[in-house]
Design a protein around this ligand. Sequence first.
Ligand SMILES: *Cc1c(COP(=O)(O)O)cnc(C)c1O
Length: 371
Amino acid sequence: MNPLHDLTLEKRSHSQRPQGAAKVAFGSVFADHMFTLDYSDGRWHSPRIRPYGPIALDPACATLHYGQTVFEGLKAFAGVDGRVRLFRPDANAKRLADSCRRMCIPPVDPELFVAAVRALVGVDRAWVPHEPGHSLYIRPVLFATESHLEVRPSQTFQLVVFTAPVGAYLDVSAVALKVQTEFCRAAPGGVGAAKTAGNYAASLLPTAVSQAEGYHQTLWLDGASRRYVEEAGYMNVFFLIDDTVITPPLGGTILPGVTRDCALTLLRQRGQQVEERPITIDEVFAASETGRLREVFGTGTAAVVSAVGKIAWEGRELVVNHGQPGPLTTALGEEITAIQRGRLADAWGWTVVVDDTALPAASDPAVPVAP
Ligand SMILES: *Cc1c(COP(=O)(O)O)cnc(C)c1O
């Protein structure tokens, strides 16, 4: 059965889409519509697409106090063939469900999630930017809505999905990272693998300290020993040492990035030696000192593949590849982008074309899907 058979569609009468290509900050302008889904009486129900806008919250709403909430981030791309493609929405659907389980939130059926994203992007497809490096960023957020002050799982939730046309995430060719040994992002047994609000609130102070010291982001070390590298800001991190790409293994403290998985798949397919294993910050500095650290990059939906040009730790600083993106970093970024844009064959079934059929029978069949 169509998971969205009972979708209600309420379209805006006039699009708010700005004319002309004004440069806006990442994620500060939102497309016309949002998708909402409610959870109560033990089930998810009432899928709706309606005009983007504020949602009312009770001051006692559990999310505001105890942070029972998870989110996702994925993108839709305008292809070279004019078609709009989602990139790996099934992977985001699965991760959303995993995050939900960690946070005691009833997971949303992955099929329903993907259908909802397709339908929403179908309605707002005119918002998908065509310029190189631009895309429609999709932000699903799922939160507790019950009003009570007891610390216990909520019995009601809402999923909201909305979108924002975005350009390049970072304006620099390579990012500079600072290790903050005083802080950590996640600890064994904690919620580091869940895309949940508290992880980001907790990262703000260390990130602000790194930025005040002249770096773009924090390079996170593990919470238990402060020896092992875990992530680069809000990206998974990779090191090319000699001829081997090394990335820290998943295992509860690292966010299982979809782009990380793409990178591993594409690197292995090009015959690149890849290791998912713990790597200490000592090893990174030692490799740099002996000239064996060739490239460092981060991966994430927002920035795709981002070169790391500098790392500072305990009064020491290393520079990677003269502070410029290396050839493997550049090639990997271009390969992922080419698949997303439909310029390169999608051998892995990562892309999902959004067409008019993505929108199931609407409550108002007279309303056409935007061209
Ligand atoms: C979202 C996120 C990533 C990247 O995940 P993608 O699925 O590749 O976008 C990496 N680290 C953190 C902390 C994140 O929140």
